[in-house]
Ligand binder design. Structure first.
Ligand code: HEM
Length: 324
């Protein structure tokens, strides 16, 4: 081989290496490798979400919990093995729902294009499409995420915000993954849909400081109402409570109205009233549904880029619940 040819090979290797390490997410990443992928996902979502609209909340939450722990890499979908407690089995994730939905969709995509569409992208696209299906905002989901090779349950406690966190801790958890205060307030607006368990708010209602009292930052009429109609005892593990009563499947401004009335279900919701900056953002979102939708879209696009694996990193799982 002459020195010219050596040079050519060297340059090609360099380009391939740069491509692999600096690959980016791109809109329509599967347009050549699996042209129907995004349509299969949106058709499947549309078919099912209209029958079970409460799934939209579940799928959005799965995406959020995936992205906060090791980035949006599908690690939340992996099942534990004898030697590894996966994220899914860790306490913050025990109330996640929608895993079967994602797994069935993955099998449909595997039948269409084996080994091409990542579980991480399926999670991001189902979240977006299901929120659109219930009349919520639509955001761009550039694709090309690859699936992670690690799912470590312990990391959920280090990275996910908890319902009992105060504002400082919440801001810190968001900052850890590159999101700011505005993202915190705007993305918390997702609590306009979906449910929480009585067990999550039992202490808040029944024994906040250890004296059988309720959290004073929660509206006392609302406390009474919840105690008589929903969470009738501190031991209730199963009853569900809507986070935005009366419109749990409707993506609207209801959550912020609740929070301003001191009726945010979790301490993390009430905490958004604890600074001028976060209160101002709530009031800004309340100016119009368009404002909230536009801001939510921007923050979801940021969320969907957290710590993604691209190029030759990670893998494309065959089954979302199992590393290949
Ligand atoms: C700010 C910190 C956050 C905390 C502490 C938090 C905590 C929680 C908790 C404890 C639940 C209910 C679990 C249960 O009892 O069943 C929940 C539900 C939910 N969360 Fe959050 N969350 C936060 C932010 C977010 C974000 C950023 C999103 C999405 C962008 C989100 C979307 C949801 C949805 C949609 C549900 C309802 C799930 C369902 O119906 O199954 N949350 N959240």
């Amino acid at each position: 081989m002459g020195s010219h040819s050596y040079m050519k090979v060297w340059i090609l290797c360099l380009i391939a290496l740069i491509g692999a390490t600096h690959a980016q997410l791109e809109l329509g990443f599967y347009s050549k490798s699996c042209p129907n992928a995004e349509k299969i996902i949106s058709d499947y979502v549309n078919e099912h979400i209209h029958k079970v609209p409460s799934l939209a909340a579940a799928l959005l939450r799965v995406h959020f919990h995936d992205c906060f722990v090791r980035g949006c890499d599908g690690s939340v979908l992996v099942t534990s093995t004898k030697n590894n407690q996966a994220e899914k089995e860790a306490p913050p994730n025990l109330t996640l729902r929608g895993f079967d939905f994602i797994e069935v969709l993955k099998s449909v995509l595997e039948a269409e294009c084996p080994g091409v569409v990542s579980c991480a992208d399926i999670v991001a696209l189902t979240a977006r499409d299901s929120i659109r299906a219930i009349g919520g905002p639509y955001w761009n989901v550039p694709t090309g995420r690859r699936d992670g090779l690690i799912s470590n349950g312990a990391l959920t406690l280090q990275f996910l915000p908890a319902p009992f966190h105060n504002l400082t801790t919440l801001i810190g958890r968001f900052r850890q993954v590159g999101l700011d205060i505005k993202d915190l307030v705007v993305l918390s607006g997702a609590h306009t849909i979906g449910i929480g368990h009585c067990s999550t708010i039992a202490t808040r209602l029944y024994n906040f400081t250890g004296n059988g009292d309720a959290d004073p930052s929660l509206d006392s009429t609302y406390v009474q109402n919840l105690k008589t109609t929903k969470c009738k005892s501190i031991a209730d593990q199963t009853t569900l409570v809507e986070m935005d009563p009366g419109s749990r499947n409707s993506f609207d401004l209801g959550y912020y109205k609740q929070v301003l009335k001191r009726r945010g279900l979790f301490q993390s919701d009430s905490a958004l009233l604890d600074s001028v900056a976060t209160r101002n953002i709530i009031n800004h979102e309340l100016t119009s549904t368009d404002t909230f939708f536009r801001d939510f879209t921007l923050s979801m696009e940021k969320l969907g880029r957290i710590g993604v694996l691209t190029g030759t990193q990670g893998e494309i799982r065959k089954i979302c619940s199992r590393i290949n």
